[in-house]
Design a protein around this ligand. Structure first.
Ligand code: KG4
Ligand code: ZN
Length: 340
């Protein structure tokens, strides 16, 4: 029988305090998330100071609940994995300090995990048949990347955003049409009542870099459209704006993901990160992958947005490779993919 590696995973890079117990990188025994969204809503975005303070308040409780739900204790787990970057430094430090304390007190191996690698590995949780190599589109609040997953723990970035991340564009446009934070899920919902062809917004291409993204022009186009309507006294149909903006983002993300997969000779494509829970993106990817004979993978929404189960999945493969961190592990706010 295969050896069982039980990992306690911790995530605190932004506005969710999360802990999970994951077995052999694929089986989630518990996945506890304490979201701070309600707090940050008041300010229209994440306030780093508040995020750190809230993580400190919640982290012990969240870990206890994760262990209890999984019917495990700090003594029965085999290793501790923790997000150490990228993210908000004060927020990351809470998870890292907690993981180090557990590793020291219980003499358990410690493995630092890259947050984006975690998002990618969320795809392993519900798809036991998914193995590298594959192409992954990572679209979150802070990142928009096309990543070639060469092997477990081996990544090559082949496209990135030149300005705003896709999720950031969703959040900014949502604010402009008065939907509040976080904008992605709200635009997703409102779009269902709107016409995606109502307004023609631009699909930007980056010259000489066909895999790269640029969303700031699209964001400006939406703002200009809103201003023009206001000046002309025309009432804005917010659902049409949301649907037309969303379709522009989804067209670009899905086009790039599919053409990058074909260009690299991949037959599998996955999506990851908060924006991967977007219904229109999932539908468009399904359609384009089917047309191009590509197998398409996506995590359930709960594993798309920030969670610790994905950190346990990514951490397991690092652990298996023999990666171990010392008690000098530090938070690295601008950590690069594949960097150690
Ligand atoms: O991955 P994530 O939870 O945190 C980061 O690592 O950034 O992603 C959060 C981002 C936010 O910008 C949020 O608006 C966006 O993902 N998001 C969505 C949806 N759900 C979350 N964007 C579009 N459609 C959604 N359904
Ligand atoms: Zn994230």
């Amino acid at each position: 029988m295969e050896e069982q590696v039980k990992i306690l995973a911790i995530e605190s890079s932004c506005d969710e305090t999360a802990a999970a117990v994951v077995v052999n990188g694929r089986t989630v025994k518990s996945n506890i998330i304490s979201s701070q969204i309600e707090l940050h809503k008041l300010y229209g975005g994440v306030v780093p100071e508040i995020a750190s303070r809230k993580h400190i308040e919640k982290i012990n409780q969240v870990i206890e609940e994760a262990l209890e739900t999984a019917n495990e204790t700090l003594d029965t787990i085999d290793a501790v994995c923790v997000t150490y970057g990228p993210g908000l430094v004060g927020a990351l430090l809470v998870g890292v300090a907690e993981a180090k304390a557990i590793a020291y007190a219980k003499n358990k191996p410690l493995v630092g995990v890259h947050h984006i690698e975690g998002h990618i590995c969320a795809n392993y949780i519900e798809h036991p048949e998914l193995t590298p190599p594959f192409m992954c589109l990572v679209a979150s609040g802070g990142h928009s990347h096309l990543v070639k997953v060469v092997d477990y723990g081996e990544y090559e970035i082949i496209g990135r955003t030149r300005d705003d991340a896709a999720g950031e564009a969703f959040d900014k446009v949502a604010r402009a049409i008065g939907l509040g934070y976080p904008g992605g899920p709200k635009i997703d919902k409102l779009s269902r009542e709107g016409n995606p062809k109502a307004i023609s917004f631009p699909r930007a291409k980056v010259e000489g870099a066909p895999n790269d993204f640029s969303f700031s022009g699209l964001k400006s186009a939406v703002l200009n459209y809103l201003n023009k309507c206001k000046m002309q006294g025309v009432e804005v149909d917010r659902a049409d704006v949301a649907a037309s903006f969303q379709e522009a983002v989804v067209d670009v993300l899905s086009d790039h993901a599919v053409s990058a997969a074909l260009e690299c000779g991949m037959d599998k494509v996955a999506i990851a990160g908060g924006v991967a829970s977007n219904q229109a993106l999932r539908a468009k990817m399904k359609e384009k992958c089917q047309k191009n004979n590509l197998k398409f993978y996506y995590p359930s929404p709960i594993f798309c947005t920030d969670n610790a189960a994905m950190i346990g999945a990514a951490g397991y493969y690092e652990y298996k490779k023999g990666v171990r961190d010392g008690l000098d592990l530090n938070a690295v706010p601008n950590l690069k993919i594949g960097q150690r």
